[in-house]
Design a binder for this molecule. Sequence first.
Ligand SMILES: Cc1ncc(COP(=O)(O)O)c(C=O)c1O
Length: 429
Amino acid sequence: MKRIGFFKSLAGVGVSTLGLSTLSSFSSYDFDLGKIEKFPEHLKGDSLDWDKVRQDFPRQRYEIYMDNASTHPTNIYTAWAVQRITEWTKNDVGEPWWPWWAKSRDEGKKLFAELINADPSEIAHARSTVTAESDMLNGMDLKGGNVVMTDLHYTESIYGYKFREKNNGLEVRMIKCKDWRFSVKDFEPFVNKKTKLIAITLVSNVNGFIARDVKAISDLAHANGAILYVDFIQGVGAVPVDVKAMGIDVAACSTFKWLMGGGKGFGFMYVHKDLQGTVIKPTLSSGGVSFNYAPWTDNPDPTKPDIIWHEVTGPGMYEVSYPNYEGVIAAHQSLRYILDLGVDNIQKHNRALTDRLLKEMPRIGYPTITPPDNNSPIVVFEAKDPKETMRKMKSAKINVAMRFGNKMRISPSVYNNMADVDRLLEVLS
Ligand SMILES: Cc1ncc(COP(=O)(O)O)c(C=O)c1O
């Protein structure tokens, strides 16, 4: 079977019906991700077909899955690419595949930059959101300063600030959100000339609240000589992000949520070019060395020192070692998919589903803690009897999350449809 033929059949029947023997009949040499331009045609313009998008995600065949804020399933194209690299590690391994992997690495960064309106020279690979935030803090001069954040920031990250209060002399200033939301007004009394940074989560994992006045919060930070860090793992890919228009200085995410990227432990970090190496110093000692003397070289260059140190500049200064290959490959494919589909379309599609949930759930006894007119794909409702609610969901094969005791989080995505929402409402009614 020719590669494109294989790809077409994969699009038609779904990856789950493909045997490994089919996959292993491909040698690594004919596998060129960069050449697979036969990407689905149902993602764009007049051809946009949500039923076909639904078929791209086999997860929906078995159950109703609306827990994308926990982990987003991959589409068949991304899954195929990841399976292919697994085949490569099993059967081939070595240099021949390198150019294609490196191409995916570079293309992925470019596509991610496009997605958030940054320059590729501002994008580093990250091990995870929290790791990137931690690396940023390690590279900053925090002593004697303060950080301002809200209690809707990611809890594990909040602990990271507490840790630095204890060990690095950083004062933690926590805003207790009223009505499950915040605005720039809430920050004003807390920010002063000693503020080193404001840290916010673009879309809250707790209730889906989407920060609305990011630019005003950025202006407040900048007016006080501070920077703005944004955890955008629950937004990027599902809601529009423009780091320049929003005045974001540093941001990070993993790819396993709204970037539909596959495994955990891989993501992206954005660092504004003016901050690289200065306000945000590298802490990973990214660089190399060459020896300009025998026996290392037959022709030492007398104009150069014996030991030549090579410092990494640009966003690579925040990276060390190889990135996760599978993460790179998955992210590249998923970013292509997301950009083809268009974030505005994705947001509109999800909004129709969340609007219906926001309208109907309170009527059947589940009040919401998601603020009105919220344009994120996450909606959260309080359950009177969380155990019983989850029992009903489980027996109807509907996946949602119950967090913080009684807070039921529903997070539909591109492959969900109104029938999924209707079924959930029916089960809870
Ligand atoms: C808002 C938010 N930030 C960070 C994380 C953790 O992400 P990572 O594993 O990339 O550090 C999560 C995961 O649920 C999250 O919801």
